[in-house]
Structures are given as structure tokens and as C-alpha cells.
Design a binder for this molecule. Sequence first.
Ligand SMILES: Nc1ncnc2c1ncn2[C@@H]1O[C@H](COP(=O)(O)OP(=O)(O)OP(=O)(O)O)[C@@H](O)[C@H]1O
Ligand SMILES: [Mg+2]
Length: 146
Amino acid sequence: MKKFVAHKITDLEAVAIEIITRSSFPTIILVEGDLGAGKTALAKKIGEQLGLSANQIKSPTFSMLNSYKISGNLTFHHLDLYRQKQLDEILLQTLAEIIEDRHALVYIEWPQLLTEWLQQFPLLQKFKLVIEMKSKNERHLTLTEI
Ligand SMILES: Nc1ncnc2c1ncn2[C@@H]1O[C@H](COP(=O)(O)OP(=O)(O)OP(=O)(O)O)[C@@H](O)[C@H]1O
Ligand SMILES: [Mg+2]
């Protein structure tokens, strides 16, 4: 388990680097935190570290899934399941295909619905990241490999 404290957006760079360097691919990151905790902000930092530009990465609030091709075969998949009230077969099928790809980094906001479903992939590398807002300018991020 590793803990980080972020006072500003740029402090998320260290978290992004930690996640990327520990990823063996395929890797899934389950990101928990209240509305506005900074889940999408960290996704942008991960994308930036992978060579994307920050404004290329849009929150998948409505699209549910945004996928970005990175040079060197890697694909960064960013999901936001906030609007998903129950598991959708098409989504599960898509996710199953995504994690069959050895070069996938999958970042999921509001992942709670998937916890049980993911148990059928015991060999998949998974991280849980919890973001807690302590005050407007202090966020605690706890990264655990699960
Ligand atoms: N570490 C941080 N330091 C300062 N501001 C931050 C930090 N992380 C996020 N913010 C700011 O907080 C606001 C909300 O962030 P963001 O959209 O990433 O939250 P979210 O967790 O994705 O929310 P949602 O649950 O609605 O998807 C944004 O304006 C963002 O710039
Ligand atoms: Mg978000």
C-alpha cells in the first residue's frame, strides 16, 4: 500500500508515475472517491505521462468509455460507470475483450458494480486507488495492489 498527499493537480504526477511504472499490462485501476475527488484529474495525468496531451483526455461521463492509442502498442482505456445503474452485457463483453489485450491499461471511475465480475480474472493485475478529500486543497490517495 502506498499513500500520497496532493495539494494541487501537479502533485498527481507522482501517483501517475507510480501506477505506470508498476503496471505489467494488462492492468486495471479501480478508482474510488466522491464526486469531484479528482478521479478524472488523475486519468489526465496518467494520459500525459503516457504521451497524450491533457486536453485530449475528456471525461467519459456520457460515452462511458474512451480509449486512447499510445505509441508502442499500449492502449489507455478510461471508463466512468457513474451513470451505470446495473451491469450491461455489452459493456462486460467489451471489457472482457479489452483485458484480453496484453497492452491495456484500464482506469475505471465508479467501479463498484464490477467488483464481483472481476473475480473471474484472478491473474489480472489490479490496483485499487482511494481518493479522499480532506479539504479543498488536500487530497489523500491510497494505492493498493489487490
Ligand atoms: N489534486 C488536486 N488538487 C487540486 N485540485 C484538484 C485535484 N484533483 C482534482 N482537482 C480539481 O477538482 C475538480 C474535480 O476533479 P475531477 O473532475 O477530476 O473529479 P472526479 O473525481 O473525476 O469527479 P466525478 O465523480 O464527477 O467524475 C476539478 O476542477 C479538478 O481540477
Ligand atoms: Mg470524473
